[in-house]
Write a protein that binds this ligand. Structure first.
Ligand code: PRP
Ligand code: MG
Length: 212
């Protein structure tokens, strides 16, 4: 029997709520996070637990058919991937922040500055659009520490509650984008699996309506 292959985040902010929405759709997944692949007992679905940043490439290659992923990840590395549904959870922003003591006036203040980020494409496109050239330092995590250790003048990262910025004496000065979890679709999905996707979407839509 053909199964639809879905990627969800292995660990991190989206993991729990991704499993929850599947559960609310009446889809039981057999095993937990320790296994990288699991099947559903009552829906033709296989679940792959993957790293967030790898998911756009898996979709592009057609290794998975669909994924639950943050829109921000698609903006950064999957602008060619289409979105079937917005899922209404894991809302966040991708923002530029500077030390609290910085007297920020406008985006012009970023000209020539060193910006630490895990979102180089997003920052580049945003600044290019405003005619600003900055010096990007690409790091994969704990970005907010960069100004405190002299690695950068500013940062660009995800802001959710704002507590990481606060704890590191930073202030948000520009919101580049707002994001939430979405259901993304591989450009290579087969006809047969697209029919399963439609069935899933029908269930997701009623779950989202019930959540209000
Ligand atoms: C993420 C993100 C921000 C923080 C935002 O980091 O990179 O640092 O969460 O959330 P907040 O506004 O609620 O504080 P995460 O904790 O996932 O760690 P990482 O950056 O090392 O991947
Ligand atoms: Mg972080």
């Amino acid at each position: 029997m053909t199964k639809i292959r879905i990627a969800i985040q292995k660990s991190g902010r989206l993991n729990e709520e991704s499993l929850q929405i599947l559960k609310d759709c009446g889809i039981s997944i057999d095993n937990g996070k320790d296994q990288l692949k699991a099947s559903s007992r009552n829906f033709p679905m296989e679940v792959f637990y993957l790293r967030n940043g790898d998911i756009p490439q898996y979709l592009r290659d057609g290794v998975v058919d669909i994924a639950i992923i943050g829109e921000n990840v698609l903006v950064e590395k999957g602008e060619d991937i289409s979105i079937a549904e917005k899922l209404g959870f894991s809302k966040c922003k991708v923002s530029l922040a500077v030390p609290k003591s910085f007297k920020y006036k406008s985006i012009q203040d970023f000209e020539g500055k060193r910006i630490a980020t895990s979102y180089p494409n997003t920052v580049n496109n945003y600044l290019k659009d405003k005619g600003i050239t900055a010096d990007l330092h690409i790091i994969s995590g704990s970005v907010e520490i960069a100004p405190n250790i002299g690695l950068a003048d500013a940062i660009c990262d995800i802001v959710s509650s704002g507590s990481t910025l606060f704890k590191n004496n930073l202030k948000e000065v520009e919101v580049m984008l707002t994001s939430e979890a979405v259901l993304a679709v591989s450009p290579k999905i087969s006809e047969e699996r697209r029919a399963l996707l439609e069935k899933l979407q029908f269930r997701i839509q009623s779950v989202l309506r019930a959540r209000g």
